[in-house]
Design a protein around this ligand. Structure first.
Ligand SMILES: [Zn+2]
Ligand SMILES: [Zn+2]
Length: 251
């Protein structure tokens, strides 16, 4: 009995350690970053969105541009319907992707640790339902998925604990209090940490072939982080080329 309790305590300690580590975006997933030769750098967010979504991308772009290390600018999208990744930038898309379980999906392709492209998809199959058809849910999910394309992970993957006041936190109630609709100071600190060094080359606006994954779990590779509201997958394409997919599940 005593041994069992100890084992349980050790497991709990290990779980705490794991969640602490995964909360430190800059040090786990955060080793993935856009290569650039100077800060702040400007990342293009390609708008492939229907009119009803455009303002949410505008809000996310403004929010993240408060960072001292990066700016984002919304430009005309290049991938219309299929949201295929475009090298050197991020493509943002909405569509009724079906009852596949996910509310939002962010993928980054990386060469070594350098991000070479990003995609954000929001699933209208769920956003058209009463539960998610609200400015709050749309604001949170767009903010979080765009945040992933910089290399940021979640601050916290619990569902029942209180809101942390950042869109990089899972929640059952985006409005809180505190509200999880926008980034918080901790996210900006994480970005400063991820982008503290400079590179001799740039992947921003760089043109090269990039690997891409599809809309189904089967194409995302190995699951490397798991929680009730979202998971992270990595698919290895070989020769240092990977795609990391962050999914936020509906309901
Ligand atoms: Zn670098
Ligand atoms: Zn996420």
């Amino acid at each position: 009995m005593r041994l069992k309790l100890l084992a349980a305590a050790l497991t709990a300690a290990a779980a705490t350690l794991t969640s602490t580590t995964s909360a430190q975006a800059g040090h786990s997933w955060g080793s993935y970053h856009w290569a650039r030769t100077a800060n702040p750098f400007t990342l293009k967010l390609g708008d492939n969105l229907a009119s009803g979504w455009k303002s949410y991308l505008g809000t996310a772009s403004n929010d993240w541009s408060q960072s001292s290390v990066l700016n984002t600018t919304v430009v005309t999208g290049q991938s219309n319907n299929n949201c295929r990744a475009t090298s050197g930038r991020v493509e943002v898309c909405n569509r009724t992707y079906g009852n596949n379980g996910w509310l939002g999906l962010a993928s980054i392709s990386a060469n070594g640790t350098h991000i070479t492209s990003g995609t954000v998809k929001v699933n209208d199959t769920y956003f058209n339902t009463a539960t998610y058809n609200s400015p709050s849910w749309k604001t949170l999910v767009m903010c979080q998925e765009v945040g992933h394309t910089f290399g940021l992970a979640h601050q916290d993957e619990g569902q029942t604990n209180p809101n942390l006041g950042t869109c990089m936190d899972y929640t059952n109630n985006p409005d809180g209090p505190p509200s999880n609709l926008h980034p918080n100071a901790h996210d900006f600190t994480q970005l400063e940490s991820i982008y503290a060094h400079l590179d001799s080359t740039s992947t921003v606006d760089h043109s090269a072939a990039v690997p891409t994954v599809g809309n189904s779990k089967a194409s995302w590779g190995k699951r490397v982080a798991r929680s009730a509201h979202g998971d992270t997958y990595v698919r290895d394409f070989g020769k240092g080329s990977k795609v990391i997919t962050f999914v936020i599940w509906a309901g």
